[in-house]
Design a protein around this ligand. Structure first.
Ligand SMILES: *Cc1c(COP(=O)(O)O)cnc(C)c1O
Length: 361
């Protein structure tokens, strides 16, 4: 090949997403399988969002609102910030990409917990900057160890609460102490994709620490609790000066029209959100109780998913669950070769998972 590729791009392993249900069923010749692998909402999308999408579908020949006016206004009112503090994206992944593109350059460092969401590392490396992974401590993000790894080259720190894949949260108190110690020229990005599911009253809600003159950015999404993963809508809450920089690197129509309309409707569908939370929380209670009688160890969680130490090869167990029509995620690529990650499903899906796990073990 005569076209040269930057070394930092060649060094990236492509992200391997969980396979879609149809693809797995085709490959394995199975039917009626259940997917508990991508932390999606088992209830489907919010009915109000579906209605709004149906109404809007005849306008698909129009470009979306490039400024996302209506959704941004709604989010700002919902969160008690100004519209200038909100940036919407094609999933929160898009905001992550914009932050990295706008604020990191080759030679910079970005610190991130490991294991955590794989997109932080991927985005950082695309910019030619260097990822500095910091190991978890007892399945939780180790803020002290992160502080120890700050160098003059560090420009950005990623945190994830609840953390994917462990489900652990940061406490308000630990975060407050941490934020006070991070030099003011380092951006702190807190990914709260699962914050709606949190029950622990001491857990962090990073928007409490939002400051117009600060450097704190919170990432949220409509992909999980709001059930709109397929439409790709996420948002960031940040000081206006950061939002204005992002508008320089943002694609003008980054959030599609149906996504904007669905997200605005889902935000107002508090009935659906409550039903989602109750489904997840009851499901967790059921699963944790049922797992007690199996020869495995499960980990506490504040999200809609959790880890199970299955005390044997997670890749093998993944295969044998899959052949029985139950799709989970093996954590071997995250450095936990004996763990699987499972998300809470509908009550009948949870029961089937437990039964199938018993057989597969
Ligand atoms: C699912 C998930 C997201 C959401 O990504 P979208 O691009 O908004 O779908 C973000 N962060 C974490 C940790 C996630 O697990």
């Amino acid at each position: 090949m005569s076209i040269s590729v930057p070394d930092y791009i060649l060094n990236i392993d492509p992200y391997v997403p969980g396979k879609p249900l149809e693809a797995l069923e085709r490959e394995y010749g199975i039917a009626d399988s259940i997917k508990l692998a991508s932390n999606e909402n088992p209830l489907g999308p919010s009915p109000k969002a579906l209605q709004a999408v149906q109404k809007a579908i005849s306008q698909l020949h129009r470009y979306p609102d490039g400024g996302g006016y209506y959704l941004t206004q709604k989010l700002a009112a919902h969160l008690g910030v100004r519209p200038g503090n909100i940036v919407i994206g094609n999933g929160s992944d898009d905001i992550l990409g914009m932050l990295v593109r706008a604020f990191l350059r080759q030679g910079d460092e970005a610190i991130m917990p490991k294991p955590s969401f794989l997109m932080y590392d991927l985005e950082v490396r695309c910019s030619g900057a260097r990822s500095v992974p910091v190991a978890l401590k007892a399945m939780s993000i180790d803020l002290e160890a992160i502080l120890d790894r700050i160098t003059p080259r560090c420009r950005m720190i990623f945190l994830c609460s609840p953390n994917n894949p462990t489900g652990s949260v940061l406490s308000k108190q630990d975060f407050e102490h941490f934020l006070a110690q991070v030099p003011p020229d380092i951006m702190v990005v807190v990914d709260e994709a699962y914050v709606e599911f949190v029950r622990d009253p001491l857990a962090l809600n990073s928007t409490d620490y939002f400051h117009e003159n600060g450097r704190l950015v919170t990432l949220r999404t409509f992909s999980k609790a709001y059930g709109l993963a397929g439409l790709r809508v996420g948002y960031g809450i940040m000081p206006e000066y950061i939002a204005r920089i992002l508008s320089r690197v943002r694609q003008p129509f980054n959030v599609n029209s149906l996504g904007q309309i669905a997200a605005a409707a889902a935000l107002e569908d508090s009935e659906f959100l409550e039903k989602t939370l109750s489904t997840i929380h009851h499901g967790l209670d059921y699963l944790f109780l049922a797992l007690k009688s199996l020869p495995v160890r499960h980990f506490p969680t504040q999200a809609n998913f959790f880890l199970i130490d299955v005390k044997k090869s997670a890749d093998d167990l993944f295969e044998s669950l899959l052949k029985r029509g139950v799709i989970v995620r093996s954590m071997s690529s995250y450095g936990y070769p004996d763990h699987i990650r499972v998300n809470v499903g509908l009550p009948e899906e949870n029961r089937r998972f437990i039964q199938t796990l018993k057989q597969a073990l």
